[in-house]
Write a protein that binds this ligand. Sequence first.
Ligand SMILES: C[S@@+](CC[C@H](N)C(=O)[O-])C[C@H]1O[C@@H](n2cnc3c(N)ncnc32)[C@H](O)[C@@H]1O
Length: 347
Amino acid sequence: MTTFIYHDIFMFMSLNAEESNENLLEQLKAVAESTRLRIIAALESCELTVTEICGVLDQTQPRVSRHLRLLTDAQLLRRHAEGTSAYYGLRHDSDLLRAVAPLIDRSSPLLQRDLARLDAVRAVRADRAAEYFAQVAEEWDQLREVHSPTSEVEAAMLAAVTTPFVDSILDIGTGTGRILEVFADRTARGLGVDSSRQMLNVARARLDDDRLNHCSVRQSDIYNLDVPDSTQAVVILHHVLHFLSDPASALEVAAQKLAPGGTLLVVDFAAHELERLRTDHAHSHLGFPDKDVATWCRSVGLNLARNAIQHFPPAPESGDNALAVTLWTATKPLNSQKPSRELETSR
Ligand SMILES: C[S@@+](CC[C@H](N)C(=O)[O-])C[C@H]1O[C@@H](n2cnc3c(N)ncnc32)[C@H](O)[C@@H]1O
């Protein structure tokens, strides 16, 4: 009897080993091709749609789709549909990708051309958002109410910061400065940063008030933020990530700015299918599933308890515009020394 059990276990282990070697072979074959290496290099910095990848590689859709399918089947890429588009990103839990990606020589002329075209794709996305905010700056405070159960979310954000009074708050993508106003009584210093001068003009008018004179705003880009690392007790990203081509990198920057023991608050739409928000309101992402933001937080060394994800159903009066909102609360460990994002685990 015992012999049979050992025999079964042995068979089971060898089958598992066979299977994992087969997977490894499939993955090795998938990366061993020049276009697919270029795709991996392009996707390292942000998720892209098929059309965008075709633009970056300067290749036709059928060719590119074939390569994408192969990489996805080999568990090297993840694909998620957003409305009528599908976004591709690297499966950051792949040991093989972790080993291969740094070996790709980006100085080759071919790669240099790809990366220049990738910059252009990202610039188009950023310009679209900047143009949108330049146009809507004056009416933003009404617009922001349309989709979001605002007062409930603001109350939950205040409650999520457990320290009654903190030294500093950084509101990234502050827009018209509403969140600085919400947190003004809870901090000695509030700083809002935003890339849009028009939004900041409105924010400055809002902050021109005695109660708010410890809060200020300045123009700065999220990906190149001129705020010293490890200095902020609270960092907030309120309805910013869905405008960004690379939300994971923005989150990494936010984590870097947090002081040890500090709190990160991320508020954004839950995943939705209102495709027209891309065209009408320059959204880059149709909200986010809980686990995406949670994974990005963990991958930059933040702690996120299961109950640190709160959901807010849409206000009943928002009708066709109804969108649920999520608040993610994460904290930086007191002994944190993590300098930058590790490859995050896949969805
Ligand atoms: C939807 S608004 C949110 C504003 C504010 N947090 C609020 O909830 O009212 C997004 C803001 O992010 C800013 N933004 C977008 N991309 C940015 C970037 N790369 N760097 C800095 N700010 C950016 C926009 O200018 C805009 O003001």
